[in-house]
Design a protein around this ligand. Sequence first.
Ligand SMILES: [Zn+2]
Length: 214
Amino acid sequence: MPTRAGSLALAAGVVALGSAVGAGQAAEPHEGQLAAAAPAAQTAPVVAGSEELTFPRSGVGSEAAPAAAPAPVEPAGKASAPAPPAKALAAPLAQLRLTSPFGPRASPFGGAAEMHTGADFGAGCSTPVLAAGAGTVSEAGWHPYGGGNRIVIDHGNGLKTTYNHLASIGVSIGQAVAIGQRVAGVGSTGASTGCHLHFEVLLGGQTVNPMGFI
Ligand SMILES: [Zn+2]
């Protein structure tokens, strides 16, 4: 009796084990389907993951760098470079009549070619000479190198203007002047052959073509 019961119990245990195995075998196809679905699910997340990885990269690479950096920087650099100097100064005379431009030229006194360091504007003697920009008078007096009566106005930021061959000087060193203010009268003092204004623009101590500033 106890033996049968034990065998029954053992058989039940085998059946239970068999059912357990059967359940395990039955569960394998599900795992297999899951495994079969898993590759599909893995490929899907992988594709989706790669798309997500590619999308942010292209988004960061194209939107952030090219759109933000070159677009605003280049127009700002191009606009800030030529614009301020071109509009920095005003005409030093009410009417400009260019008689000799800036640059190399034959000397009006003969001899070898020279560098004309400014622009000559023809004007009647004592015609009002106007400050080309606001600033401070840094020189006012006789120029021993041909300028005659000469005024230099410092406009700041390395920008200066000079007015030469003046008949009269109406300002003094250290005086603040406004743009368009009368500072002198046209003359023919110094190395000059007639009443005219020799007008110079200096950037960082170097003479440049004044016509680009007025
Ligand atoms: Zn000149």
